[in-house]
Design a protein around this ligand. Structure first.
Ligand SMILES: [Zn+2]
Ligand SMILES: [Zn+2]
Length: 436
């Protein structure tokens, strides 16, 4: 098989990998890179039209955002993903189209995309032309998958985004039975120093930090990705409020998070068993917690920022690149009583990263704004850290080649240093191909 990298090579964003045999070309993921400008995978429209199938690891836009572009370019085949990935992708993609209105996406392309989804079940290996393909739970967000592709001679496993530890909502990736001679692995947190502290300690410190602000009457903003982090954070807050660790304040939920919560709820079968039985066996449904207050109108938004009461606001986007969080930031950042908690990945060049690194002023709508509110980082990652990535590689049976993608280049290279002691290890560049 031949593997070609069209994106996420030496960067985080626009994941798009082609796996080819003599008769078949498929794509693993079809993402965009969101930043000041949107970047697309470096693949030609002609190549896209000749693709036979598209297989998606999970519903984040850096893995699925390119899909409408592909159908608009004239691709006529199917895309394959788990049920939650298909449902969440629809929400993510329509939001992406609404906000950025990309010129190369056509109405016809969107309609074609809507007609061409195929649901894949975890663990059921299936034939696709001369390939066999299997999806394994990847523990990153609801429906996320590690994808194995084999042509009968060699076998490739692609992690997508992966996490080995279980969370409030999800089991960790199932890495007990991965057999592959080539592993294509993400490396978001692959540097030697990327060792996550114990999550219990992190959430304890986070609760303390929130409590300080709330009891002083301040507001806490938690910017979050709509999918994954937001649900984990909301469940955590719900626990803390119900058990009295945090004062009983409203938790305002603004943006796409509300819609995604509903998709999580009706796909609860993809969540941890403990959560399923909690909902079945008791009257309590954390998805519908009375602590959560969905924000549906501009009027409510204004009321929240003008009110004197303490509150928590969980809203998109996670890296402060747009979304309702910008409104809250513009109104609440000037007051040192308030606080912002960063709980997810902050990409280089984003406002989230600047604040994380201690920047005391930002530019918003062309105007400079002082940041008086405190900004704290609490690491609640949905990605594997360095020890998990090492453990993952060591668990893959028959491993020979490791290809390291989806990471800042310095981090990918640090992981290569480790991997090359045992296997053939590469950090591919965009448009590079390898025979495996
Ligand atoms: Zn992801
Ligand atoms: Zn990703």
């Amino acid at each position: 098989m031949k593997i070609t990298f069209f994106g996420a090579a030496g960067e985080v964003g626009r994941s798009c990998i082609m796996v080819s045999t003599k008769n078949t070309n498929i794509l693993l993921d079809a993402g965009v890179k969101l930043g000041e400008k949107i970047e697309y995978p470096q693949i030609s429209e002609d190549q896209l039209r000749h693709m036979d199938g598209i297989f998606l690891s999970h519903a984040h836009l850096d893995h699925v955002g390119f899909l409408p572009h592909i159908y608009s370019a004239g691709y006529k085949g199917h895309f394959f993903a788990t049920k939650p990935t298909i449902e969440v992708s629809n929400v993510m993609i329509s939001d992406y189209i609404r906000l950025s209105n990309p010129v190369s996406v056509t109405k016809k392309g969107l309609a074609e995309q809507a007609r061409h989804s195929k649901i894949v079940e975890y663990y059921k290996e299936f034939r696709f032309r001369d390939l066999s393909i299997k999806f394994i739970p990847a523990g990153h967000i609801l429906g996320s998958a590690l994808i194995e592709v084999s042509d009968g001679k060699s076998r490739v496993a692609y992690t997508g985004d992966i996490s080995l530890s279980k969370t409030r909502l999800l089991e960790g990736a199932d890495v007990r039975n991965i057999t592959a001679d080539t592993l294509i692995t993400e490396s978001t947190y692959a540097a030697k120093r990327d060792v996550f502290p114990n999550e219990k300690l992190v959430t304890r410190d986070m609760a303390k930090s929130m409590k300080d602000t709330l009891t002083a009457g301040g507001k806490v903003i938690v910017p979050s990705f709509a999918v994954g982090r937001a649900q984990e954070v909301l469940f955590l807050l719900d626990d803390y409020i119900n058990s009295g660790v945090l004062p009983k304040v409203p938790v305002y939920v603004d943006g796409m998070i509300n819609k995604v919560m509903r998709i999580y709820r009706h796909n609860v079968i993809y969540c941890r068993k403990e959560l399923q039985s909690k909902i079945l066996m008791s009257d309590y449904d954390p998805f519908k917690s009375p602590n959560f207050v969905p924000v549906e109108t501009k009027g409510t938004r204004n009321k929240i920022v003008n009110d004197q009461e303490a509150a928590i606001i969980v809203t998109t986007s996670g890296m402060l690149t747009g979304g309702p969080v910008m409104f809250y930031l513009s109104k609440l950042a000037k007051d040192s009583l308030n606080k912002m908690l960063l709980v997810g990945y902050q990409a280089v060049g984003t406002m989230g990263r600047a604040l994380q690194e201690g920047s005391k002023s930002i530019f918003m709508n062309g105007k400079e704004m002082r940041i008086e509110m405190n900004v704290n980082t609490f690491h609640l990652s949905a990605h594997a850290d360095r020890p998990q990535l090492e453990s993952l590689m060591n668990k893959v049976k028959g491993l020979q080649n490791v290809m390291i993608v989806h990471g800042e280049i310095s981090k990918s290279k640090e992981l290569r240093e480790y991997a090359s002691r045992k296997w053939e290890a590469k950090v591919p560049l965009i448009k590079e191909s390898y025979e495996v």
